[in-house]
Design a binder for this molecule. Sequence first.
Ligand code: PLP
Length: 420
Amino acid sequence: MTATAFPTPTPSATLALDVERLREDFPILSERVRGKQLVYLDNAATSQKPRAVIDAVTRFYSAENANIHRGVHYLSERATIAYDAVRGRVARFINASSPAEIVFTRGTTEGINLVAQSYGRSTLRAGDEILITGMEHHSNIVPWQMVAAQTGATVRAVPITDAGELDLDAFDRLLTERTRILAVVQLSNALGSINPVRWLVARARERGVVTLVDGAQSAPHLPVDVQALGCDFFAFSGHKVFGPTGVGVLYGRSELLERMPPWQGGGDMIETVTLEGSTWALPPARFEAGTPMIAEVIGLGAALSYVETVGREAIGAWEEELLAYATERVGALNGVRLIGTAREKASVLSFVVDGVHPHDVGAVLDDEGVAIRAGHHCAQPVMQRFGVPATARASFAFYNTRDEVDTLVRGLRRVRTLFA
Ligand code: PLP
C-alpha cells in the first residue's frame, strides 16, 4: 500500500473547545460515584446525553406524544412532521444526497442485519464471498456468517498487523472476482484504528463490489461524508452520538435500496395489502415496519444538532489532542502495554497491565470513580489476534479533560501498587 491511503490528520491549533462550559450541558458529568467525582471514559460503549437531548425527549412525551403517519389529529400531524424532519437532519449530518436514503433502525447492529438479510440474502449465491476484516465488532461479523450459511457464500477476513492496522496487501489479494460485499469498520472500537475506508471502498467499487461501512464509532468522532466515502451503506447508532438508545441509522444509496426486498413485514412498509398478497412502499418506509421509535428519533435529531453546534472539526481536534496526551501518559507507565498503535487512531486507548486481569484493572479504577470498560469489547477475533483474553479500554469524548486522564493514570498506578 502507499502512505497516501491514510488521511492526513487535521491540524488542531486553530480549533478550540470550551470543554468546561460544554461539560455543563451534560447533567450526569457532575455526578459522584462511589464517593468520587465521576470520570466517564466508556464513551465507545455509550456516550452521555446533553440536556438538549433529554429535554427533547421529555418535551415529546410531555406535550407532543402521538403515533405517526396514520393519524388525522393535531398531535399525530405534529409528531409525523417532527419525525420526518429528522431524516433530513441525518442526511445533512452524513451528507447523503436525499432523506429517502436514511432508514431509521434500532442501531448499527440492526442496520447491518438489514443489509445482510435484505440485500445479502436476495443476491448472494454459493461460491460468492463477503469480505470483512479482523477488527470488526461482532455485529459486523455474525450477520454475515448467518447470511453466508443461508446462501452458501463464504466470509473472508482481512488480517491486521501488530500495530492494529489493516494489512492492505492482503486486502488486495482477498478482493477477488468472487467478492460481492465488503463490510468494514471505519474506526475500531477495540483498537481505535481508523481505516482508510475511502481507499478500500474505491478499490472495491472498481470491481463492482457493494460496500458497507460500520460507522458506529466514527460518527461521534470524525466528520462523515458518505458521498465522499463512496460507500453503498453506512450504519451508525444514536446512543454513541449523544442521542438516545434504541435508535440508529442505515444510509443506503437509493439505487440499491429501491431494488432491495423488505426484511420485516407489517404496518407502514406496504403500498397495498390484500389477503392474497401485498406490495411494498418505497424506501425508506419499506424498511421501517411497525411503529418506530418516535421519541428516540426526535432525541437523535436534537443530538445531531447539538454536535453540529459544538462543531465536528473542533471535536476531532480536541479528541486528537486528548488521545495523544493519554497515549503518552498511559503508555509511559511501567508494566502497561498498549494494544492498538495504528498511525491513524481516534478516541480509544486499549491496554493490558502485566499480571493483572483487565477486570481487576476496571474494578480498581471504578473504586476511584473512573468508568472504563474491560473485556473483549465484542471483538473476540481482535483479542485472539493479540493473544489476550481481554483488554482494559478508556474511550474519550469531547467532554473529557486532561485532568480526567491524570485521574486515570493515578488509578493505574494504584493498580500496579495493589497487584505488585
Ligand atoms: N460496530 C462497532 C464498531 C461498535 O463499536 C458497536 C458498539 O459498540 C457496534 C457496531 C454495535 O452498535 P450497537 O450495539 O449500538 O448496535
